[in-house]
Design a protein around this ligand. Structure first.
Ligand code: GNR
Ligand code: NI
Length: 178
């Protein structure tokens, strides 16, 4: 397994739509495993393939609580591998979560999304699955599917807030490459 580099804004790959997977083969499984390891290492509760520069519709999620220090190299409680995920139902009820993103380090803001969803996806074994989710899981699935469509959580904020964040990260990157 390997830890992959996570792209940060304003990388233009993060704004591109990702292509569906046609067949769950060894390469896809290998990518899923590397993404999970990268996500745990970050650490994050979700990761979408475009965040590691691969424009395919693949995400890993684990919202399970992990123990501190001594258990850090142990996997989380419940890893999900989702291939070609699609939201097929959302509740009318909205919910607000403070979101963060590994591609926008150390920035957090409230985002409103449907509180409950049903997501259809293909799992690591190539099996078609359906999952009803609420709470943090529902938020995370929606956040990850947004990535597959080139949408970031800051795209749900006001233009003023979004432009401010992008400007800050653009400056930061310029300073780093000097
Ligand atoms: O680690 C993450 N935490 C998080 C918190 C609230 C809502 C969404 C997320 S996803 C994020 C990891 C990430 O950037 N996934 O794309
Ligand atoms: Ni993200």
């Amino acid at each position: 397994m390997a830890i992959l580099d996570i792209l940060t804004i304003p990388d233009k790959l993060l704004k591109e739509p990702s292509k569906p997977i046609e067949q769950v083969d060894d390469d896809v499984q290998k990518l899923l495993d590397n993404m999970l390891e990268t996500m745990y290492d970050a650490p994050g509760i979700g990761l979408a393939a475009p965040q590691v520069g691969i424009l395919r519709r693949i995400v890993t999620i684990d919202i399970g609580e992990r123990e501190e220090d001594s258990m850090q190299d142990k996997p989380g409680k419940e890893p999900f591998f989702m291939i070609n995920p699609e939201i097929i139902w959302t509740s009318g009820e909205p919910s607000v979560y403070q979101e963060g993103c590994l591609s926008i380090p150390n920035y957090y803001a409230d985002v409103e999304r449907p509180a409950e969803i049903i997501v259809e996806y293909i799992d690591r074994a190539g099996k078609k699955c359906e999952l009803k989710a609420d709470g943090l899981m529902a938020t995370c699935v929606q956040h990850e599917i947004d990535h597959l469509d080139g949408i970031l959580f800051i795209d749900h904020l006001s233009k003023l807030k979004r432009d401010r964040v992008i400007k800050k990260f653009t400056k930061l990157k310029k300073a780093q490459t000097l």
